[in-house]
Every structure is written in C-alpha cells, then in structure tokens.
Unconditional design. Structure first.
Length: 135
C-alpha cells in the first residue's frame, strides 16, 4: 500500500522469464477488508477469466477484479458487467499471456461476484476478486 506521501517512482526488477505485469494505484483505500473475507481466487480452463465471489463487509468498498489467461494474445478484453477502469496487456515477447484488471465501488455490503471478463481468450486462466475498504 502506498504511504500518505506516495513515491514518484517504482522499481520493478525483471528476470529471464517472459510475462505480463499490470500496476494500478488507488488512493484513499486500506487493506482492512482483506482480513474480513474480502479476497477470493480461482482458476479454470477455457474461455476468459471469471473472478469469484468475495464478501464485502463495508459500504463503499473498492472491488477489484483481476484475471490472467494463457494462449494467444487477447486484444479484445472487455470488463465484467458493471465494472470500469479496464487495464489489460499481453506478453509482447512471447505473446502467450494476457492480464487484466477492472474495478467498481460497491455501495453496500454483501457478496460481490463479478461476471467473467469478455474477449476471445480460451486457455488456462486464473482470476481473483479483492475488496479494499475506502479510507
């Protein structure tokens, strides 16, 4: 999590493996919801990543859906219904992995179950749903 005075640069070390890394930063959130059932992960094969349900214990929680799929590059990724702030990228070196992030603010408590990301991906996938409490 970013401190009150955010850094102006972030260094990410690369290694020999090809892959995709996405970074998004949100202000005015905490990791508190993570300790209250606000994190869930799953994986599958075929189609696009389908983030699982996670339980929101707070009002106005930031719900972040993450996904990754292997196979050919997915250049037509769309957000799950009701989500925005899509950021996606595929592996430019080997063109075998695509990663994606989308988010929304949930105004009330309860289960948050994003639909699958849209797009032409059709391989092994991983997905997560993470909730952050708005500070």
């Amino acid at each position: 999590f970013v401190p009150a005075t955010p850094p102006t640069t972030i260094t990410i070390n690369n290694n020999e493996d090809s892959g995709v890394l996405l970074v998004q930063a949100w202000r005015h959130t905490t990791g508190t919801a993570l300790a209250n059932g606000g994190y869930s992960t799953t994986n599958g094969f075929g189609g696009m990543p389908n983030p699982p349900s996670a339980t929101n214990s707070y009002t106005d929680a930031l719900v972040v859906a993450f996904g990754g799929v292997s196979g050919t590059p997915v250049t037509d990724v769309t957000v799950p219904s009701g989500y925005s702030n899509l950021y996606d990228e595929y592996d430019q070196e080997k063109a075998t992995h695509t990663a994606m992030i989308a988010s929304k603010v949930a105004p009330s408590t309860g289960a948050q179950d994003p639909a699958a990301f849209g797009g032409s991906g059709d391989g092994v996938w991983d997905a997560s749903t993470v909730l952050f409490r708005v500070a």
